[in-house]
Design a protein around this ligand. Structure first.
Ligand code: PHE
Length: 454
């Protein structure tokens, strides 16, 4: 018998689940990744595709991951194993575990910069961002430190405590974002940024842009690698998974949209290029802080809160691999945590060194001169999540079966039995069509399109 609910515990309330899942979803993906990917992919038109991807692909698919997790009470590998033992499908779960591990390796690098920026801001250190991240004596220890925080939280089982804290701290982060938006949009020249961010130019859309939007939507909602399967396993049968899932998606998407509104007007007002890539947010934000009274305190507080948001995401990334080792490989939890944490650190070192410290990692000739970190982010944070979601949809739709999945979703809800307004088709039936056909076909077309252009 696998250790299911006994050792993992359940959230005491539906709100507990929402905080944990929103904690996983809201992180650097919203504030660091969303603006830079939007900037690289042409602005407003990308945002439109992103919103469509969230509503039409990610949300239906999210219910699938949650249902799979709550039904089987397992990590992604165990969940598939429980439904179709020893089949090649188990490899899909394994891909998820590996993807989480790789994402954590470079996510930890960015989280380390964020943490370092608390002190850089506080002590008025004037080293430019480029030199800061190119310094191996900063980048590598900061990665190690951030992973150590993550390990200690998961190790000590104080995750719940952190999530409770973040329900006080995240509204504070939201408040600071709103404040920065006010400053950003009132800077002279900000309107060009608003146009870039809000006025779609659809001629900018191509296959690459659509993959970037889809990948970003999966990344931001922590989908495609089983994190939400794992969190679904913590939901109680009484919880309404439809309203919980919708709340998480709305929170997450709102924070991303607001982050864009904070960055782009300031960016254009200050005459920076929107396609600067991963460094975008780190270059723009300090310039907004400099324009504010109490800018030092506000800036340091912002990076502190962002570090905590990143921590609730790294916890979930580590948790997927740890719960796999605990459930399936019978590793004691404490050993699994240190094993995964240590391996992630080693794997993260090349990413940490790829921002100028080591030239051969910083400019990959086969990847348009971009860095090793960019390469990791593209492969694992984009393609692999999309591929994982494609295969998990097929698994849920065709192997586990729509009826069984719907039965699980409906437990505590009943929403899927309702009919669409004015139509005789139920939401459940429509959901089944999405999971079986529409979602996998769209993801496959987008992926094929991109691979052809390589
Ligand atoms: N969703 C997180 C963020 O936006 C990152 C993440 C991706 C976490 C995948 C877990 C799984 O920062």
């Amino acid at each position: 018998m696998h250790a299911g609910h006994e050792h993992r515990g359940q959230f005491s309330s539906k709100l507990g689940f929402i905080f944990a899942a929103a904690g996983s979803a809201i992180g650097l993906g919203n504030i660091w990744r969303f603006p830079y990917i939007t900037g690289q992919n042409g602005g407003a038109a990308f945002v439109v595709i992103y919103l469509l991807a969230v509503a039409l692909i990610c949300l239906p698919y999210l219910f699938g991951e949650l249902a799979l997790g709550r039904r089987t009470q397992r990590n992604p590998v165990g969940a598939i194993q429980a439904i179709r033992p020893n089949s090649p499908w188990v490899g899909v779960g394994a891909l998820g575990v590996i993807t989480g591990f790789f994402i954590l390796s470079y996510y930890g690098v960015i989280a380390g910069w964020t943490f370092g920026y608390i002190f850089k801001t506080l002590f008025h250190n004037t080293v430019p961002f480029e030199s800061f991240i190119a310094n191996p004596w900063l980048a590598v220890p900061l990665l190690g430190l951030f992973l150590l925080f993550t390990v200690l939280v998961v190790y000590g089982g104080i995750q719940n405590g952190i999530e409770r804290w973040s329900k006080i701290l995240m509204p504070l982060l939201l408040f600071l974002i709103l404040l920065l938006i006010v400053r950003s949009v009132t800077l002279p020249g900000a309107s060009k940024g608003l146009v870039f961010y809000l006025q779609p130019d659809f001629s900018k859309i191509n296959g690459q842009v659509i993959l970037a939007a889809l990948g970003q939507a999966f990344f931001s909602l922590s989908l495609g690698m089983g994190a939400m399967v794992t969190y679904g396993s913590y939901l109680s049968k009484k919880d309404n998974m439809v309203t919980s899932g919708v709340s998480v998606a709305i929170f997450d998407t709102s924070i991303a949209l607001l982050a864009g509104l904070m960055i782009f007007p300031a960016l254009f007002a200050l005459g920076e290029a929107p396609d600067a890539g991963p460094k975008l947010v780190f270059i723009t934000l300090p310039k907004i802080f400099a324009q504010l009274p109490f800018g030092t305190i506000i800036g340091a507080a912002f990076f502190l809160l962002l570090s905590i948001a990143a921590l609730t995401s790294t916890i979930s990334l580590l948790e997927v691999a740890v719960s796999y080792l605990v459930d399936e490989k019978r590793k004691p939890r404490k050993i699994a945590v240190w094993m995964v944490g240590g391996a992630t650190f080693l794997l993260g070192v090349p990413s940490a060194l790829s921002q100028g410290a080591v030239a051969s990692l910083s400019e990959l000739s086969f990847f348009k001169g971009k860095s090793f970190l960019d390469l990791m982010d593209f492969i694992w944070g984009n393609v692999s999540l999309a591929l994982g979601a494609l295969m998990l949809s097929l698994f849920i739709g065709w192997v586990w079966g729509i009826d069984r999945a719907l039965e699980e979703i409906n437990e505590g809800s009943g929403f899927m039995n309702r009919s669409l307004p004015g139509l005789s088709i139920t939401y459940g039936k429509l959901w089944g069509i999405f999971i079986k056909y529409i979602t996998p076909i769209i993801i496959a077309v987008v992926l094929l399109n991109v691979f052809q252009s390589f």
